[in-house]
Design a protein around this ligand. Structure first.
Ligand code: NDP
Length: 292
């Protein structure tokens, strides 16, 4: 069994990006810039945005955070996005989700310029991904493809089972895996909460990717011997032994499943660091597209 070290792979990719950012800065006099919009005071969202700022600093990119109150109207939020859309200094933008209930998320995403949509959530980028045109791929599935590639896991021709069909993880993951791309070309089964015989279907997977948001639901009955398991789940569970008071767990029962696996990602230190790396790669791509 090999543990896929997402932290190390992310560090390697960030170091490559830092070299490229420095080269572009000296040649073109502009540093790639990521803007994040943070609405409200949700502690998890604050942490995610702070981690994105930290990652930008690590690769020498500029970041800025627009902090807006939870009571902001949808109209005012969209005005801020439109301002960023036209700001030449900013190459990429994200709106941290979730948003307060009075705001229609899809309206907000559709107001982001597809050229700055480095989360890859805009329908134009989703559509391009589906038909195989160059686009910004959503950061988590993109990070998972990089994890597989850099760990030497061959995807082509394999049966991949993706559990979870959200617009940000499961659905784009299933599309990317099935396309005729480098280290993709998988045969894909996409499962969700209405899937019957889920354990049996998962146990047929060469590569099992789990993004269901159910803490440690996937135990050994879902996994065949020799499979690769990618755990996207992220859950805080109380843990008095930790300074923070909580520990992180995934959607997979790691201790029970890992002895069966050829490769497996841990939580934390698996998919999480790669999601931010995907975002940084997309910001660099947005900057380079502007140069062209
Ligand atoms: P969503 O809640 O948006 O989607 C969950 C999906 O799982 C849905 O498609 C749902 O099916 C399916 N599902 C739920 N319960 C079951 C079940 N019992 N059996 C089969 N399918 C089920 O979640 P996200 O995709 O946004 O996130 C999934 C997890 O990944 C979360 O823990 C989240 O915190 C984590 N995450 C981690 C990231 C990282 O960087 N590490 C990034 C993004 C997410 P249906 O459609 O039928 O309701």
């Amino acid at each position: 069994m090999q543990i896929i070290d997402g932290k190390q792979i992310a560090a390697n990719i960030k170091s490559e990006i830092a070299t490229e950012v420095e080269k572009l800065r000296s040649e073109h006099g502009h540093t790639p810039h990521l803007a994040a919009i943070l609405v409200g005071e949700d502690p998890a969202s604050q942490t995610y945005v702070a981690n994105k700022e930290k990652a930008c600093a690590e690769v020498g990119m500029v970041s800025s955070v627009y902090k807006l109150p939870a009571t902001i109207s949808q109209e005012e939020l969209i005005k801020t996005i439109q301002f960023i859309n036209t700001d030449d200094e900013i190459d990429g933008m994200i709106v941290q989700l979730p948003l307060p209930k009075h705001i229609v998320v899809n309206d907000v995403i559709e107001s982001i310029s597809p050229l700055k949509d480095v989360d890859g959530f805009h329908p134009v980028n989703i559509g391009k991904m589906v038909i195989g045109e160059p686009s910004f791929l959503p950061a988590t599935p993109m990070g998972i493809m990089l994890l597989l590639e850099r760990s030497g896991v061959v995807v082509s021709g394999k049966h991949c089972v993706v559990v979870g069909r959200s617009n940000i993880v499961g659905t784009p993951m299933s599309i990317i895996l099935s396309r005729n791309l480098k280290n993709a070309n998988a045969t894909v089964t996409l499962c969700h909460s209405k899937t019957q015989n889920l354990p049996q279907i998962c146990a047929m997977a060469d590569i099992l990717i789990v993004a269901i948001g159910k803490c440690e639901m996937i135990d050994k009955q879902y996994v065949r011997e020799g499979a690769t398991v990618i755990d996207v789940g992220m859950h805080r569970v109380p843990d008095a032994s930790k300074k923070s008071g909580f520990a992180l767990r995934g959607d997979v029962k790691f201790d029970e499943v890992s002895p069966l696996c050829e490769f497996i990602t841990p939580v934390p230190g698996g998919v999480g660091p790669m999601t931010i790396t995907g975002l940084i790669m997309n910001t660099l791509k947005a900057y380079k597209a502007k140069l062209k």
